[in-house]
Ligand binder design. Structure first.
Ligand code: PAF
Length: 282
């Protein structure tokens, strides 16, 4: 496994592989890797000749300075984990390697980024689009792998690729959960033992809510989920919505879509913001 910190060095190495006709897969990450990331890396390595994993905490997608500062940075351990997950190349650039000039591009995703994460974290998806498009430009991968835990992010990246004609296949991968159902996230590292114990209520509630759909109406089910989770004093739902899984727009009745997905964000304690989602069957 090779590790590159400079864009030009990575590009030289990739040029050689491309000359040999090798297929390149990319897994963009912000590091603090866990089994969820490693599932993407393994899939990428199995489906491509070379698997590139980028580890870069992208400042332009954080609208909260404390969140950026506190984001876990564990490169040494990440490299160890990637070594055992068939990764071929780690790209761990500094900010100036990704943004030699400030990135002033503004992306237009219509209504897709006006709701949920886009509404509560203004500018977040523009920052994600900036860094992902920049990584696509540097690596020029044949395929790129993203987790479904960031469900709206995946929809935005698919839209970006379509709208801006970027020649890469986007592969979405299922959420990886702990044995108790909690979705894996780098932010889980910031939870105390007590918070972690309470946070499982999020996934448990989403799972249980599936047994009520479509018997309960959409509004009633949404309220039930919010009440269950807010019933635990350490947890505070920021939003829970049931949306069409392609357009991200709220539904009012189950019949409004063939692909209903419940998307939730919950604060656990004062600072740690957790997200999860669930696909409802009609
Ligand atoms: O999902 C993430 O970890 C980040 O948003 C991504 C896609 C790596 C861009 O920084």
């Amino acid at each position: 496994m090779k590790i590159y910190k400079k864009t030009a060095d990575l590009q030289n190495a990739l040029l050689e592989l491309k000359k040999e006709g090798k297929k390149i897969g990319l897994v963009p990450t912000m590091g603090a890797l866990h089994a969820g990331h490693l599932s993407l890396v393994k899939k990428c390595a199995a489906e491509n000749d070379a698997c590139v994993v980028s580890v870069f905490v992208n400042p332009t997608q954080f609208n909260n300075k404390t969140d950026l500062e506190k984001y876990p940075r564990t490169l040494e351990n990440d490299v160890k984990l990637l070594g055992s997950a068939n990764c071929s190349i780690v790209f761990a650039p500094s900010v100036d390697q990704i943004y030699p000039e400030p990135d002033t591009r503004v992306f237009d995703f219509g209504q897709l980024d006006k709701v949920m994460e886009g509404k509560f974290r203004p500018g977040h998806f523009n920052g994600v689009a900036q860094v992902v498009s920049r990584l696509f430009d540097i690596v020029k991968p044949d395929r790129a792998y993203f987790g479904e835990k960031d469900f709206q992010q995946l929809a935005i990246i698919r839209e970006m690729v379509k709208k801006y004609g970027i020649p890469v296949e986007i592969v979405g991968c299922p959420i990886v959960r702990e044995n108790d159902g909690m979705a894996l996230s780098s932010r889980n590292m910031r939870l105390s033992a007590n918070e972690r114990e309470k946070a499982v209520l999020i996934s448990q509630t989403l799972l249980k809510s599936c047994t009520f759909a479509p018997r309960k109406g959409v509004a009633e089910l949404k309220q039930w989920v919010i009440d269950q989770i807010n019933g635990e004093p350490i947890l505070k739902v920021e939003y829970f919505d049931i949306v069409d899984g392609l357009t991200m727009q709220s539904i009012n009745k189950w019949d409004d879509t063939d692909y209903p997905v419940g998307c939730i964000t919950v604060y656990c304690g004062e600072e740690v913001r957790l997200i999860d989602n669930i696909k409802y069957k009609k």
